[in-house]
Ligand binder design. Structure first.
Ligand code: SAH
Ligand code: SF4
Length: 419
């Protein structure tokens, strides 16, 4: 999602005549768009700022701005200002489209600007974004989150859930399809609770998948508590809806899911998986898992392993639980020691690798419709409707669909050739 925020940032700078620099060393303005979902992302920002400081020492007129969810936290913004006084502008998540004005003002008046004011208004019309992927385009359908999972900082830094107007989204998607984009990825923290007052998520999928053109629509992220049978059914029915669902499980233990405030249990999650498999046997499923949530026992961890085995995800995004200040889980008793978390995540990654390798073998000999998104010297990379990546040879054009036969698999990686 942050990638798309940066694409929009590029567009707002471009609207005022600023063009992207070839590299950081040649830039007059450097913007660091941060994330604070896990500690690792925050640490990287500090590292990058060390390098930016050196650039600023060489080029005194360089303007440096830091924005995004890390600096939306007032205490973090204050600390950053003290530690990195060379930063000219600090803002958070709400005023990104105003950043070009802020950097211009900071430059002209030689002042430091801090603006963390909350602004939950939803701009009307199509979003302008400088998308650098020729085949695919991200489109926000909603902002913020109301779920308050106990480990998660997002609701505190991105505000309450709010949906964009369906007609605005449709207009943006239509334009992208007319421009030749073949893949539209709808974005929101919990897309299943999309509602603009008139249209719910099923209604939005109905409208968008009825547009003329050759394209498919993917979306993320679905919250298991809100993914309705009606949404699963329309995905199965409509050719323009890709057969892919990212459905974060987080944990396979009901006790941990309750502590996480996820509001579903493993039985209801599996019921949804079973319906997906019944209506779309070939659908691609992926998930996020947090390992080492406070009080997680070996038994809880094993329940996660079992759930992962039972579903057989295409791909799994595994995260070590990271304490986020201000969230309820950060002050829970029973924090799990780091070595235990590391050992468990290594085991789960291993299990998933086995699942993915076995699934990859089954793809050999099959033909897939692939959207080619990158080409390099006759070798291409593309994605399938169920979100598998295939590296393939033959005549293909970036940004176009091609039929590809999978010739072999190396671990979980698929290789093929144009049919
Ligand atoms: N709204 C989405 C994505 C949220 S952030 C959702 O609900 O799935 C993406 C992923 O980061 C989450 O799914 C979760 O697995 C992980 N995550 C969030 N907070 C975390 C934390 N404190 N520690 C470790 N992983 C975390
Ligand atoms: Fe965070 Fe939960 Fe909201 Fe996802 S649904 S952004 S994990 S609070």
């Amino acid at each position: 999602m942050n990638v798309h925020e940066s694409e929009k940032l590029y567009a707002s700078f471009a609207a005022r005549g600023t063009v992207p620099a070839e590299c950081a060393e040649e830039a007059n303005v450097i913007v660091l768009n941060t994330c604070c979902v896990r500690e690792g992302a925050e640490t990287r920002v500090i590292g990058n700022l060390g390098y930016v400081k050196k650039l600023k020492e060489r080029n005194k007129s360089l303007i440096v701005a830091v924005c995004g969810c890390m600096t939306q936290q007032a205490d973090v913004a204050e600390k950053l200002h003290k530690r990195c006084p060379f930063v000219n502008v600090i803002t958070g998540t709400y005023k990104l489209s105003r950043l070009p004005e802020m950097t211009e003002k900071a430059e002209k008046e030689g002042i430091f600007i801090l603006d963390l004011e909350k602004d939950e208004s939803v701009p009307r019309g199509a979003n302008e974004a400088m998308r650098r992927t020729p085949a695919s385009a991200f489109v926000n359908i909603m902002y913020g989150c109301n779920n308050f999972c106990t480990y998660c900082i997002v609701p505190y830094v991105k505000g309450r859930e709010r949906s964009r107007n369906a007609a605005d989204i449709e207009c943006e998607v239509r334009r992208l399809i007319d421009e030749g984009r073949r893949e539209i990825v709808l974005l929101g923290q919990n897309v299943n609770s999309y509602n603009d007052g008139d249209t719910d998520f099923r209604g939005l999928l109905d409208r968008l998948s009825s547009l003329p053109g050759d394209y498919w629509i993917k979306f993320m992220t679905s919250h298991p508590k809100d993914l309705s049978d009606d949404v699963i059914k329309i995905i199965a029915e409509r050719p323009a809806l890709a057969k892919y669902i990212h459905l974060p499980l987080q944990s396979g233990s009901d006790r941990i899911l309750a502590l996480m405030n996820r509001k579903y249990d493993i039985t209801s999650y599996m019921r949804k998986i079973d319906l997906i498999r019944e209506l779309m046997p070939e659908a691609g499923l992926t998930s996020d898992i947090i390992i080492g949530f406070p009080t997680e026992t070996e038994e809880d961890y094993e329940a996660t392993e079992n759930a992962v085995r039972r579903v057989g995800y295409n791909n799994l995004f595994t995260f070590i639980y990271s304490k986020r200040t201000g969230t309820p889980a950060a002050v829970m008793d029973g924090q799990v020691p780091e070595p235990v978390k590391k050992e468990r995540i290594a085991r789960l990654i291993d299990i998933q690798a086995g699942i993915a390798n076995a699934a990859a073998k089954k793809c050999v000999g099959k033909t897939y419709r692939v959207l080619c998104d990158d080409s390099d010297g006759g070798r291409h990379t593309g994605k399938t409707s169920d979100d598998r990546v295939i590296v393939f040879d033959g005549e293909a054009r970036t940004g176009e669909f091609t039929d590809v036969i999978v010739t072999h698999a190396k671990n979980s990686k698929l290789y093929g050739k144009v049919k």
